[in-house]
Design a protein around this ligand. Structure first.
Ligand code: PMT
Length: 401
């Protein structure tokens, strides 16, 4: 461990049972040569004592805005400027909600809001809290602000239930930080083109042909590639996900397949890797109406469809030596055969199959279950995972090509 040496790290600890693991986290960070300043929420003190943490860190723990007996003010602004990184571990649902919404009612959240350094958040909570739409939304908001989420793991929880919610192990958190500081970015210097979301094909100014893609899978790949050092161009169909805050990601917004093709053809010549994750509509109305088609007094219109361009195939025809082109296959039957056929016919180097027959996979979910087929003949099945972890598996496999 060298990259962490000499770094100033704020460790924010919140009130959850996983706070006991924070003692080990302080110890590992200090052992790696970091200066650690612990900031606890008042509730965290119910789970682990400040004495333990100040002994391990060699610094008084900060929990309140003032030290009670001396009246000394703890400047969250100075602390935020001092830090090279802030870790919040464990991060409870309540602290995550406060961070996502700027509720600065304790020293930890106030420090977070003042921090200029990268922030790493390791959620820990019961499985139902973890799966609640408000927690899912708040974590996604934190991600959109550029925070790094260190995913909770599945296993037995304090409630004795089994599911996702265990804080990542301290050793792994230190590894994540080490990788960040060492600039161990395996995509550094690479330009990655990613398509995401659906396309909308206009019928008239108020109606369109589209599909259920939310953009989550493509945006997760973009975030993961950027955090691994890539410069990313994200060509996005209409989605409600906010634009990523990461300056390494440029978003090009498009609506139709034709616009998506134009954007991709502009970027592809300079891309090292292109990942076609968008659910592109295969057909578009031949003659979209300029005015709203009226219902009153009319028979239901017959809409003639024409084939849209196949973006992946077009790029496959233009691919030059050294470029890697990756497609997705969304299937409902004969999954493997269809995916491999698409990989071959579109001249792809790899294809990521997801099937709508698998629960938790495909459109709109936060998870996906994929099997990757490579043009060099490998078949790599992965279990159901969070889409951000799936993104990591896809990027790892691309590096193996
Ligand atoms: O956005 P989410 O809600 O997170 O959902 C993710 C996803 C299900 C959309 C994603 O994981 C996925 O499977 N994307 C590809 C969907 C799709 O259109 O699959 P396909 O089998 O029809 O297309 C095969 C490949 O050709 C894809 O890489 C597709 O981007 C590309 N294609 C298809 C049609 C077309 N006209 N042009 C294309 O480039």
């Amino acid at each position: 461990m060298t990259a962490i040496k000499g770094k100033h790290i704020i460790l924010g600890i919140t009130g959850g049972i996983a706070a006991y693991k924070s003692a080990m986290l302080v110890r590992l960070l200090v052992k790696a040569g970091a200066e650690v300043q612990v900031v606890m929420t008042p509730n965290a003190k119910e789970f682990i004592t400040p004495v333990t943490l100040s002994t391990l860190s060699g610094k008084p723990v900060i929990s309140e805005f003032f030290t009670a007996n001396t009246g000394e003010w703890h400047s969250h602004v100075d602390l935020g400027l001092w830090a090279d990184a802030m870790i919040v571990a464990p991060a409870t649902a309540s602290t995550i909600a406060k961070m996502a919404n700027g509720v600065a009612d304790n020293m930890l959240v106030t420090t977070y809001l003042s921090a200029k350094a990268p922030v790493f958040v390791a959620p820990a909570m019961d499985l139902d809290m973890m799966a609640h739409p408000s927690t899912v939304r708040n974590i996604s908001l934190l991600r959109s602000y550029g925070n790094h989420i260190i995913e909770a793991q599945s296993g037995e929880l304090a409630s004795h239930l089994t599911g996702k919610g265990r804080m990542e192990e301290p050793e792994r958190i230190v590894e994540v930080l080490e990788a960040y500081f060492s600039g161990n970015c395996d995509y550094k210097g690479k330009h990655v083109l990613i398509t995401a979301g659906p396309t909308y094909e206009r019928i008239d100014p108020v109606r369109f042909i589209g599909n259920y893609s939310s953009g989550k899978m493509g945006y997760a790949i973009a975030g993961e590639a950027a955090s691994r050092g890539a410069t990313v161009t994200l060509v996005s169909g209409p989605v409600s996900i906010p634009a990523p805050a990461d300056s390494a990601i440029s978003v090009v917004r498009v609506e139709s397949a034709r616009q998506m093709l134009d954007a991709c053809e502009n970027v592809f010549p300079d891309a090292d890797v292109a990942i076609m994750c968008a659910a592109v509509a295969d057909y578009a109305p031949a003659s979209p109406s300029d005015i709203k088609i009226k219902r009153e007094g009319n028979e239901p219109p017959e809409i003639r469809l024409v084939k849209n361009p196949d973006i992946a195939r077009t790029l496959g025809e233009k691919k030059h030596e050294g470029q890697i082109l990756v497609g997705f296959a969304l299937e409902t039957d004969h999954e493997g055969d269809n995916a491999v056929a698409k990989m071959k016919s579109k001249n792809l180097d790899m294809i990521v199959l997801n099937s709508l027959r698998d629960a938790g996979a495909g459109f709109s979910t936060d998870t996906n279950k994929v099997t990757v087929f490579t043009a060099d003949g490998r078949t790599l099945p992965f279990p159901l995972k969070d889409k951000h972890e799936v993104a990591g598996d896809i990027l790892d496999t691309i590096l193996s090509l």
